[in-house]
Design a protein around this ligand. Structure first.
Ligand SMILES: O=C(O)c1ccc[n+]([C@@H]2O[C@H](COP(=O)([O-])O)[C@@H](O)[C@H]2O)c1
Ligand SMILES: Cc1cc2nc[nH]c2cc1C
Length: 378
């Protein structure tokens, strides 16, 4: 996992289908609407053609929300408004179908899978596999990740395992037919390692990345900022190697998320990104497997400052900005109807020719068919 063995896990990421994207861009210009009038739906539809390799793109049939759960030793410092016990309690709530992610997944016809990679409990708190029949030990890396201000989050072996678990989850889901993945997470304290990773990868100060997480007061904010500072000091020597950095100042959940995001790209499967933790993992994943970001769309804007920094570095702009700061994949699930709308409009709208509508634009200033529409989403 350190520089000597990182090369063994650098996967090759395929590129989007540029012919399908060109066809989608052309078709957008022929549909019965002024050029660019469907705003971000147009750019999204072109991206969908690129990821599916076909124009028009197909409707999504199997959307999967995958909540990666893990605790963090740094929580014992008081960097969160809640105690670590809440992680396991929320995992039980996910299983019972009572959490926000369950409700929002039902709204968009997605199933929720919860994976305990490092919850602070003696035994795994979740069932295993796509259908809940695999041994949960297969996915569990350890009991809570280490306290990153003074120890490594994981050993080298644990980190390799966590990254492999994320890749395994993506493979299992895609093999079972998933055509759109929505990764989320649950873990008290996890905004601290997420902010640390973004600061190190984007060369920012702790004060620029620290956020209020679950809603901390000023006293906890100061403790959290100092924790990020101390963790950054430990992580800085690894800033050139994203895998090692996740091992030292991230955690099992962040590594599993990074593995899942990389493998989704390798398997040509689109992903909707959620809040600050998923985006921190995505930033690291793009460093591990350059080009992986082409396969992701940013679903939601989080008020956490590190998320905006991560997305800026990835060149991604969130589809919605509704003030969500829950995690679990909830913000990303809210964006799924927009992704579906992009597919449906490109696939189902009539062209000017078909509808007998005059398609010649008289816009002053020569409004271009690509204005506001065919922007490069990579
Ligand atoms: O997704 C986000 O941007 C987000 C922002 C703030 C908090 N969270 C969630 O809250 C937990 C982490 O917050 P904290 O304060 O314990 O670090 C974790 O379970 C996340 O899912 C998530
Ligand atoms: C109750 C609760 C639910 C959550 N879901 C994701 N992070 C969370 C943090 C808390 C505290």
């Amino acid at each position: 996992m350190d520089s000597r063995d990182a090369s063994s896990v650098v996967p090759v990421v395929p590129v989007l289908d540029s012919d399908a994207m060109a066809a989608a861009r052309r078709r957008q210009g022929e549909l019965t609407k002024p050029p660019g009038a469907l705003g971000r739906l147009e750019e999204l539809s072109i991206w969908l053609a690129g990821v599916q390799g076909t124009c028009p793109p197909r409707p999504f049939e199997r959307v999967r929300a995958i909540v990666i759960a893990g605790d963090h030793g740094i929580a014992e410092l008081g960097v969160s408004a809640f105690p670590s016990d809440v992680t396991a309690q929320m995992v039980a709530n996910f299983a019972a179908g009572g959490a926000a992610v369950n409700v929002l997944a039902r709204q968009v016809g997605a199933a929720v899978r919860v994976v305990d990679v490092a919850v602070d409990s003696p035994r795994p708190t979740t069932v295993g596999g796509v259908d809940g029949t695999a041994p949960p030990d297969r996915y569990r890396v350890r009991r809570s990740s280490g306290r990153i201000d003074r120890t490594d989050a994981l050993s080298v072996a644990e980190a390799e395992r966590a990254f492999a678990v994320g890749r395994l989850i993506a493979d299992e889901e895609i093999d079972a037919g998933a055509d759109l993945l929505v990764p989320g997470e649950m873990g008290i304290g996890n905004t601290t390692p997420a902010a640390t990773i973004v600061a190190l990868l984007c060369d920012r100060e702790p004060i620029e990345v620290v956020g209020r997480g679950t809603g901390i007061d000023d006293r906890r904010w100061m403790v959290k900022t100092a924790a990020i500072r101390d963790a950054m000091r430990r992580g800085r020597p690894f800033a050139g190697n994203a895998l090692s950095m996740l091992r030292v100042v991230g955690g099992a959940d962040l590594l599993a998320l990074a593995g899942l995001l990389v493998q989704a790209a390798v398997r040509r499967t689109p992903v909707v990104l959620d809040g600050v933790i998923v985006c921190a993992a995505a930033l690291a994943a793009e460093r591990i497997a350059p080009g992986a970001r082409q396969w992701w769309v940013a679903g939601t804007r989080s008020p956490e400052p590190a998320q905006a920094i991560a997305l800026g570095a990835l060149g991604l702009t969130p589809l919605i900005d509704a003030g969500l700061r829950l995690g679990e994949g909830t913000g990303a699930l809210l964006a799924v109807p927009l992704v579906r709308a992009a597919q449906a409009t490109l696939a189902e709208m009539a062209t000017f020719d078909q509808a007998g509508v005059s398609g010649k634009s008289e816009a002053v200033g020569g409004l271009d068919a690509t204005d506001g529409a065919a922007v490069d989403v990579t």
